[in-house]
Every structure is written in structure tokens, then in C-alpha cells.
Design a protein around this ligand. Structure first.
Ligand SMILES: *[C@@H]1O[C@H](CO)[C@@H](O)[C@H](O)[C@H]1NC(C)=O
Ligand SMILES: *[C@@H]1O[C@H](CO)[C@@H](O)[C@H](O)[C@H]1NC(C)=O
Length: 235
């Protein structure tokens, strides 16, 4: 699988010339993007961020991790407010000093936390075909590396490998809110405003949020996720 045609269409100017899309396909693709964009606006009435204080974020807080041996723009672009990440199973790790799985992820930097109640909010979209990949993490745990991983398997959003939190995730924008109460050792995951996971954390440590694509078991030949309207909040 190649990175989705949506993405390729949108970034023609950033890449060496590629096969041009036929006009009709281009129009249909634009129409679909418009439709999924509209859906995301109308389908999330619940504001889970009320009572939280937004953290102000600028570019320096969005640190991209990508295969160490290639330039960022071969695995990540930010265009029209949308972060687009993709990765291949044969890619290198994000540094030459780790054997971890390939990833293209943004690590929220400058706001690591050890206490309090922290929230991540964002809208994600997974091009169909992407599977076996972590798309969002609450980093930091003990003895584990992470407190939460949201993954995509076969079109479902899962908490690690299970349970399934939400189905039919492909080709639509969905809203994700992850609320991590460090003191209460609790994590809640909301998808489109619905509580889909409510469980214990995985140990004290320094924490931060990540999102993008981080390959796991049985990955697709290309894994891709898009994200927009990222917020980090606390109380
Ligand atoms: C990783 O890359 C750095 C900088 O190029 C180099 O100094 C270091 O020796 C490399 N480490 C390994 C394990 O190859
Ligand atoms: C995904 O689908 C494949 C093929 O049907 C299957 O082998 C695999 O077990 C599924 N993975 C999960 C996590 O459900």
C-alpha cells in the first residue's frame, strides 16, 4: 500500500513529480475531504475540556520523531492545519541508538508532567488499510514504557491490543479525548464524546502525550494517521 491518495494529492508541491491524478478522481477526493470535515464539526456536541485550563502550544512543543536516516518531509507534513504521518515496516527507528519499532510521531515537549489531571484532545483520521499501529500514547509508566496506547487493528480503535474501544474508524474524522488523572491513577478515553475506556494507569513516572504512527504487531505495508486541532489541558 502507498500513502493514501488524499495525502499525495494534497502535497504534490512538496514532493518530486508523481503520477498526476485524473481530474475526476481529484474532484471526488476533494468532495470526500469536505464531507468528512463537515462530519467532524457536527458530530461532537460534548465539550470534555470544560473545567480544564488549556496549555498554550507553539511549534516548539510539537517535536517530530521519524526514522533517523531520512528527512522529516518524507514521513510527515503539516498542511492546512492537518498533521499527516506515515511509516513503513522497513523504516529505521527514530534514533540510531534504539531498536524500537519504526515511528513517525509528535512528542508533546515542554509539558512533561508527574502529577495533576491532564487531558489530550485531538481529531484523528485513519486512511483505510492502516493496521497494527499505535496512533496515540500517554508516555511514561513503570515498569512499562507507557500508560496508554491507542492502536488501530483492522479498522478498530483499541486500548493496546484489546479491548476494542470503537469500530469503523477508517476514512472519517473522530474526536479523541484522553484524560489522565495521575493522583487517582486513572485514565479515561473518549471517542466522539463517548467514554470508551475507564481504567487504572500503569505506574508513576514522567508523562507526556504522543500522536502519529508507531508500528506494532501485524502492521500494514504502510501505516498512516492524520491529526488536527490538538489541545493539551490540565487542572
Ligand atoms: C549514532 O549517530 C551518532 C551521530 O551520527 C554517532 O555519533 C553515534 O556513534 C551513532 N551511534 C551508533 C550506536 O551507531
Ligand atoms: C485482523 O485481521 C486479520 C485478518 O483477518 C486477522 O488475522 C487478525 O487476527 C486481526 N487482528 C486483530 C487484532 O483483530
Amino acid at each position: 500500500m502507498k500513502p493514501s491518495s488524499f495525502r499525495r494529492k494534497k502535497i504534490t508541491s512538496h514532493f518530486p513529480p508523481q503520477k498526476k491524478m485524473p481530474l475526476l478522481k481529484l474532484l471526488l477526493t476533494s468532495l470526500m475531504l469536505l464531507i468528512i470535515h463537515q462530519t467532524s464539526i457536527t458530530s461532537s456536541p460534548l465539550d470534555l475540556t470544560q473545567g480544564f485550563t488549556p496549555i498554550s502550544l507553539d511549534n516548539s512543543n510539537f517535536v517530530v520523531q521519524k526514522p533517523y536516516n531520512i528527512p522529516i518531509n518524507q514521513r510527515y507534513i503539516f498542511t492546512n492545519g492537518v498533521h499527516q504521518f506515515w511509516i513503513y515496516p522497513s523504516d529505521k527507528p527514530f534514533t540510531n541508538e534504539t531498536n524500537t519499532q519504526p515511528r513517525t510521531e509528535i512528542r508533546i515537549s515542554g509539558h512533561d508532567y508527574t502529577c495533576g489531571i491532564w487531558q489530550f484532545e485531538g481529531y484523528g483520521c485513519i486512511p483505510s488499510g492502516t493496521t497494527g499501529v499505535c496512533i496515540m500514547q500517554v508516555f511514561g509508566g513503570s515498569p512499562y514504557a507507557t500508560t496508554t496506547q491507542l492502536r488501530i487493528y483492522n479498522g478498530s480503535l483499541t486500548y493496546y491490543e484489546s479491548p476494542v474501544l470503537s469500530q469503523n474508524m477508517y476514512d472519517r474524522w473522530f474526536k479523541v479525548n484522553v484524560i489522565h488523572d495521575v493522583g487517582a491513577n486513572n485514565v479515561k478515553v473518549y471517542v466522539d464524546g463517548d467514554l470508551t475506556y475507564d481504567g487504572v494507569g500503569r505506574g508513576a513516572n514522567t508523562h507526556y502525550f504522543k500522536f502519529g504512527v508507531y508500528l506494532q504487531n501485524d502492521p500494514s505495508s504502510c501505516a498512516e494517521s492524520w491529526w488536527k486541532d490538538i489541545k493539551v489541558l490540565r487542572k
